[in-house]
Design a protein around this ligand. Structure first.
Ligand SMILES: [Zn+2]
Length: 638
């Protein structure tokens, strides 16, 4: 469930979706650590004469904005075709379009340096900030190196996508019953459904054989991107990734650490309970005892990032759960389109617009029979006007019901900020973009499902049913938090050179042990490259956005429930049908990234700080129950 961590708003991969450093109302354009700029060129291509003026800066940023919108829209269209029809040709065309966009952005960021230090109108200055931080994979100016970087990007993506593990032990366990070579989808299904320790180990170990060949390429990618970053005036890529949050990079890292400290006790209680159950299942001989961490392959997920598949083993009050959503969807004969209509109806109930007609004509809801496509769920804004789409291979189950809401959240954001200037068309920060649909998904409560007729009647309310529901959600949402935090912590250190290439794998497992309390199930060495077995590393997609989104979704939910006049416990609140909640949400979406994110946060919540107390409130009944269950256990790990 909550597939945020696996989905991406493709439109945003190249232009990162957050705003620039500098806080409140920046007046002066420019990145934090000045470096010599390339030869300045004016927007019309001519060489400038004399010192830059504010008027030139304004003309420059306007032209960049327009050119960027056009190039990016072209690249989106190409990407859509590739993603819904994968061939060697479409892959190559996409890579070329991406390279053009990378080259354009890096060149314009370098040229923008000419205007450093000028006094500019706040709106213009902010566009410069957004531009400065827009290159997630900054291209070096040298054409050969740039092509090499784009080529590595495509290759790494392909290696991940085509990854398979062959083993006679796994024969008959994939979709293709005769196959011995299983793709990630099949290996993940084994981890999700089987409970044979050694079989799980085979699937886990197998998937982690796909990534060692990525290591030299990944190392080279970091080198080249760092070179590109230095040419743009940054120390390294981590400076860009951590500097785009309207605060200084080290302040941002401190903020993330603060949020983690606030939620860590809740994670520890969940970890403690789950570990005890798993020890009963597999025995202490395999699982260890005392404060031993949990082997990473028994949590129902390849990366131990979400543990929802273990729910049947963890169910607090057996038989007291709400009716099964997947079964209800089948009983009511839901198909893929009907699932999306259900999602749209939620947004419309808040007083928001219907999706455009072309959304229904151009989206991909099901996997075509006749060609390869990228099934990985994503939301699209092709032309920055209103050509909104989603691309999914929808399964008719509870997990994809949440994913549909998640993806529509992106599309509604696109829709409501489409009238802003192109550089402001983005989330207040990238975590905001990921958190909108997830906020609504928290309102998909049993009462809501009864109201819309998916359940025939409202399931009886009880403390037991509540604790069960919260456990189901915590196995996804709380289990995810340390993982969401650590991915970029590893990456920032790699990018900044703090972690050397000879220490990539050891550093990865140090973080996984420290944050998640999990351990590798078999010894690892620097011949392995386990980070590469997680999509967002080879695909170079920043990850902290998902950590932020998982915190924000509860903060938004609490504020919108208040606006909707709900008075009961947060986990029972559904904002469905509340125009008041819809107004607040829409007001924030319309800001895009034209303002620093605390302004956007304030629009919905009245607060200017990200705040984990909402998530703590939400799970309070479960936390109390867990503390009771964990009495006598030595919680924590070492
Ligand atoms: Zn997403």
């Amino acid at each position: 469930m909550f597939q945020v961590a696996r989905c991406s708003a493709v439109a945003l991969v190249v232009l990162s979706i957050s705003s620039g450093c500098g806080g409140g109302s920046p007046k002066v354009a420019g990145p934090p650590c000045p470096a010599p700029a390339g030869a300045p060129v004016l927007a019309d291509g001519s060489q400038p004469s004399g010192p830059a003026t504010a008027a030139e800066a304004e003309a420059f940023i306007q032209q960049v904005s327009e050119q960027f919108a056009k190039l990016e829209s072209d690249a989106e269209r190409v990407s859509w075709v590739k993603s819904t029809f994968i061939t060697d040709d479409t892959e190559q065309i996409e890579s070329q379009a991406q390279e053009r966009l990378m080259e354009f952005l890096a060149r314009k960021i370098r040229e923008a340096r000419r205007f450093d230090g000028l006094q500019l109108a706040p709106d213009i200055a902010r566009q410069f900030y957004v531009l400065q931080y827009s290159a997630e994979l900054p291209a070096p100016a040298d054409p050969k190196e740039r092509a090499e970087l784009a080529g590595i990007g495509t290759k790494l993506d392909g290696m991940y996508g085509k990854g398979k593990y062959c083993s006679p032990k796994l024969k008959g366990l994939g979709k293709d019953k005769s196959a011995e070579c299983l793709p990630l989808e099949d290996l993940s299904a084994i981890l999700a459904t089987k409970r044979d320790y050694d079989l799980l180990l085979e699937a886990w170990r197998g998937w982690h054989t796909i990534s060692p060949p990525m290591r030299p390429m990944y190392q080279r990618m970091v080198e080249l991107a760092n070179k590109g970053a230095r040419e743009l005036g940054f120390r390294d890529v981590s400076d860009i990734w951590t500097g785009e949050y309207d605060m200084k990079p080290d302040e941002f890292r401190k903020e993330m650490a603060r949020l983690w400290t606030e939620v860590r006790p809740l994670y520890e209680q969940l970890h403690c309970y789950v570990r005890a159950k798993l020890r009963k299942q597999y025995g202490e001989a395999k699982m260890g005892k005392g404060k031993a961490p949990i082997p990473a392959h028994v949590l129902g997920n390849m990366w131990a990032q979400e543990w929802g598949k273990l729910y049947p083993m963890m169910e607090p009050y057996p038989g007291k759960s709400q009716p099964d959503i997947t079964k209800a969807l089948a009983a009511k004969k839901y198909d893929a389109k009907k699932m999306v209509e259900l999602g749209e109806r939620f947004f419309v109930s808040l007083g928001m617009d219907s999706l455009p007609k072309t959304f229904w004509e151009r989206s991909m809801f099901t996997k075509p029979r006749d060609r390869d496509v990228v099934c990985h769920a994503s939301a699209w804004d092709i032309d920055r006007v209103d050509d909104l789409r989603i691309k999914m291979c929808i399964k008719i189950d509870d997990e994809d019901l949440v994913t549909v809401h998640h993806e529509l959240g992106h599309d509604y954001y696109f829709h409501y900020y489409k009238n802003l200037t192109p550089l402001f068309q983005g989330g207040a920060n990238d975590g905001f973009h990921e958190g909108i649909g997830d906020t609504l998904a928290l309102s998909v409560t049993p009462s809501y499902l009864a109201k819309i007729g998916l359940f025939d009647r409202e399931p009886p309310r009880s403390k037991e049913a509540d604790v069960n529901l919260l456990m189901q959600r915590a196995l996804e949402g709380i289990a995810f938090l340390p993982f969401g935090k650590l991915i970029d912590e590893w990456r920032w250190d790699v990018q900044s050179g703090k972690t050397k290439p000879g220490d990539y794998n050891a550093a990865w497992w140090r973080l996984r042990a420290a944050y998640q309390g999990v351990s590798p199930p078999v010894p690892r060495s620097e011949d392995d490259f386990d980070p590469g077995a997680k999509y967002h590393i080879p695909a170079n997609v920043p990850y902290t956005r998902y950590f932020i989104a998982r915190i924000l979704q509860y903060q938004f939910h609490r504020a919108l429930c208040k606006a909707a006049g709900a008075t009961g416990p947060l986990h029972r609140c559904s904002i469905y049908g509340s125009k008041e909640a819809g107004e607040k949400l829409t007001a924030m979406l319309k800001l895009g990234r034209s303002r620093p994110w605390p302004d956007a946060l304030e629009t919905i919540t009245g607060e200017r700080r990200m705040d984990a107390t909402a998530i703590i409130d939400y799970y309070k009944p479960l936390t109390d129950w867990l503390i009771e269950q964990n009495k006598g256990e030595s919680c924590g790990w070492e």
